[in-house]
Design a binder for this molecule. Structure first.
Ligand SMILES: [Zn+2]
Ligand SMILES: [Zn+2]
Length: 388
């Protein structure tokens, strides 16, 4: 079938919105009519080359839509279901999957790096040439073939643009706070960065009952946003973060600290600003080769836990519907993350806005163009209305 997608031919090139050929889903795959796709920093890092990924490709890994067709082995979703998409499909059988930690799945990772689906193939072609997948999904197109475990059914009352964000930024930030840090009621939480991931960490910390949520961001407008999401205090990067956090915590430091940025120096500051025995979770991806100056004696004496968190340390098939339910209950203001909506044709503008720091989250929204999908209207993506 034909699909319209944003092709990235080489690093640093503009996206080219063009017609591509999309193959039918295999037995363990699902064809999804894409209705919304978030614009994430990882896509931008791939375009600049900071995150290496094979090109040409259709990027986009934060998507939602409606199931159009399913392969023979797919039983958990059916045509017409609304789905959020996971970029970590996992195999269900390796040691990590069996231990309930599918984001560490060793079976899927090589295919992610190779830019293919789980059978080693790509679903997309352009002018007869294979086009790579991105993070198994390639959601910057109006349809996508994805691994079955990437399709996660969500309640149809959740707007597509919200469901899309749950699949990357929200799960990553919320999961870092709730799953990995294990924020406890009454605690003090320190969060670096008030982008989509940082704001999601704030929401997670709030739901978990944190008493104080201190957010550090260099941009004044992002600090103001953080307060709207539940931060109790904000600090600029020029502040003496360690001293200010100590002041706010009777001299002890934060119980839980989340680095949503990964920039040089933040981990060292985070370590010093965290209470002895506290937990520091690294979420933002540092540049390759980045190192920390945390010393061995400090690790021994202070008993602080320094850990990473990938994709919110989540079980996507469990956590995505749960986060959607918290949104439905009004406990996670996820729609407030969306700063700007774009048509696919405006994708280069969306990336300009992202790189200029103008967005919490930009979302590309799609009208349904599939005759074989029986939805009643063509504008339900804005209200998240149910399909016919
Ligand atoms: Zn992402
Ligand atoms: Zn696995």
């Amino acid at each position: 079938m034909k699909t319209t997608g944003a092709l990235l031919r080489e690093q640093k090139a503009p996206f080219e919105v063009t017609e591509l050929e999309l193959r039918e889903p295999g037995p363990d795959e699902v064809l999804v009519d894409i209705r919304a796709s978030g614009v994430c920093a990882s896509d931008a890092h791939t375009r600049t080359g900071r995150i290496p990924s094979p090109l040409p490709a259709v990027l986009g890994h934060e998507g939602s839509g409606v199931v159009l067709r399913t392969g023979a082995n797919v039983t958990h979703v059916a045509p017409g279901d609304h789905v959020a998409l996971s970029w970590m499909p996992s195999c269900d059988t390796c040691r990590h999957c069996r231990a309930g930690r599918p984001v560490l799945c060793t079976a899927a990772a090589p295919y992610l790096l190779a830019g293919t689906l789980l059978d080693g193939s790509t679903s997309l072609r352009h002018e007869g040439r294979a086009v790579h997948q991105y993070s198994f999904l390639s959601t910057f197109a109006d349809a996508a073939v994805v691994p079955k475990n990437s399709a996660i059914k969500v309640d149809p009352s959740v707007p597509f643009e919200v469901a899309a964000l749950i699949g990357c930024a929200v799960l990553t930030g919320y999961g870092a706070a709730v799953n990995r840090a294990g924020v406890t009621p009454g605690s003090t939480v320190l969060i670096f960065g008030a982008g989509g991931v940082g704001l999601s960490a704030i929401m997670g910390a709030r739901v978990a009952g944190a008493a104080q949520i201190i957010v550090v961001d260099p941009a004044e407008h992002k600090r103001a946003e953080a307060l709207g999401f539940g931060a109790t205090h904000t600090l600029s990067s020029d502040d003496d973060v360690v001293a200010r956090v100590a002041e706010l915590s009777d001299g002890f430091g934060a119980d839980f600290t989340i680095d949503g940025v990964g920039a040089p120096g933040i981990l060292d500051t985070a370590f010093r600003a965290t209470v002895k025995g506290g937990t520091i979770v690294c979420v933002g991806m540092p540049a390759p080769g980045a190192q920390s100056s945390i010393t061995g004696p400090a690790l021994v004496r202070d008993e602080k836990i320094v850990t990473g968190s990938l994709y919110g340390s989540s079980v996507p098939q469990r956590d995505v519907p749960m986060i959607a339910e918290l949104y439905r209950q009004g406990r996670l203001p996820l729609d407030r993350l969306i700063t700007q909506r774009y048509r696919l044709e405006q994708i280069n503008e969306a990336f300009d806005d992202l790189e200029a720091g103008r967005l919490n989250r930009g979302v590309i929204v799609f009208d349904s163009v599939r005759a074989d999908d029986s939805r009643s209207t063509n504008d339900t993506h804005l209200q998240g209305g149910t399909h016919a």
